[in-house]
Design a protein around this ligand. Structure first.
Ligand code: SF4
Length: 389
């Protein structure tokens, strides 16, 4: 395994984790993203081993939203001032009404309409993407989980998925006006191939590459225990190499579900739950919670999150809109994340959500190493200005 010690040109810390405090970043005013997501249902032609919903899909316990319900949510998004929407699933291209929904979204004022897709149907049907683009689709987030057919196919559970992905990328590249971004889930089976996956994805000149560490949920956990990590420290040298190699060429390389201190020197690439909602390409989680759980749950979560956030100086001085979004993310982090013993003395404890709970319980917090320096409280401190709303 290779080790890394790389300083970034935009980094705000040295590789030992000493923060060079920048008061102007700490004083930034933050605006919540104008993008949100609509999970339209769970119908899917793949059976990815790490899928959040795999248990429910296999048990046939899922339902898809009607066309009218998706349109209603699109209207709600506009009434909240949203101008960009990610249509997700399941696999959105399995819906017969997708072009109609894209067209409707553009008609009521969305400037950006994105689908998050595995690329299977786009890669297999030569006219399909053209039709969506004509309806107004202008952003695609596509998933690849290995640099070769064997790895991608093993993780997606679909024979031919790698070849179709490549064909889909080719079609997107030849469709003017459609922005291309990638998701790559990292798990036990593919972490040693991150550099190769990064090389392949970067060769398509995407707008963004998102590396997402496998995050066990109850469903995914039942589906495939073998994809759990044994140690994040095995993974981070590979991630560091991939980022270092491609960050001059790919405008955005993001890492999700990993705490800052496990990738010191690369802080601007780490995106925690407290940061996401301020990025142009990320989602409004208040709307996400309302759509998935309803208003009463949203209200209770906001109150609970506000109580947990009371000791955070940034939260105390934030405006109402920031407060409610931070509170929702704090409540979500409470159920999904856990900080370790060292975190209390860490300079960035207020903007870090710690470890994924399941990982913490299995592997402990021995890999964490706190930052020293002045305490940072502004959640967007490490994010570059042009990424923010
Ligand atoms: S708060 Fe904890 S997990 Fe986060 S960077 Fe600091 S030591 Fe690491």
């Amino acid at each position: 395994m290779r080790s890394f010690e790389v300083a970034s040109d935009i980094v705000a810390t040295d590789p030992n984790g000493n923060i060079h405090f920048d008061r102007s970043r700490e004083r930034r005013a933050n605006r919540v993203t104008r993008r949100f997501d609509i999970n339209m249902g769970f119908k899917c032609n793949f059976r990815c081993k790490f899928c959040y919903y795999l248990g429910a899909i296999n048990a046939g316990k899922t339902r898809d939203l009607s066309t009218e319900e998706v349109k209603r949510r699109l209207r709600v998004g506009r009434s909240w001032g949203k101008t960009a929407v990610d249509l997700t699933g399941g696999e959105p291209t399995m819906r017969e009404d997708l072009a109609e929904l894209v067209s409707f979204a553009r008609k009521i004022g969305y400037q950006t309409v994105c689908i998050i897709t595995n690329g299977w149907i786009i890669g297999s049907n030569k006219d399909y993407l053209q039709k969506l683009a004509e309806a107004g689709l202008n952003d695609i987030l596509m998933s690849l989980h290995g640099p070769d057919a064997e790895t991608h196919q093993e993780l997606t559970g679909k024979k031919g998925s790698y070849e179709r992905f490549l064909a889909a990328v080719e079609r997107v590249k030849h469709t003017p006006g459609v922005r291309l971004r990638f998701n790559h889930v990292i798990c036990e089976q593919n972490f040693e191939k991150i550099e190769k996956s990064g090389d392949l994805l970067a060769s398509f000149e995407p707008d963004a590459m998102n590396f997402i560490l496998f995050q066990p949920t109850r469903d995914a956990l039942r589906a495939e225990k073998a994809i759990k990590f044994r140690s994040y420290k095995q993974v981070t040298p590979h991630l560091a190499q991939a980022i270092e190699k491609h960050r001059a060429r790919v405008p955005r390389i993001n890492v999700r579900d990993l705490p800052f201190c496990l990738l010191k020197g690369f802080e601007p690439h780490i995106k925690t739950m407290f940061q996401l909602q301020y990025e142009k390409v990320e989602w409004d989680y208040c709307l996400d919670v309302i759509f998935k759980k309803g208003y009463p749950f949203y209200g209770a979560s906001a109150v609970f999150g506000a109580i947990l956030s009371a000791e955070n100086p940034y939260f105390r001085t934030a405006d109402w809109d920031n407060k409610r979004h931070l509170a929702i993310q704090r409540a979500r982090a409470f159920t999904m994340r856990k900080q370790g013993g060292a975190c209390a003395r860490c300079a960035i404890t207020h903007i870090c959500d710690g470890l994924v709970k399941d990982y913490f319980e299995r592997c402990g917090d021995g890999e964490l190493s706190p930052y020293s320096g002045e305490r940072i409280t502004n959640p967007t401190y490490f994010i570059e200005r042009d990424e923010l709303e």
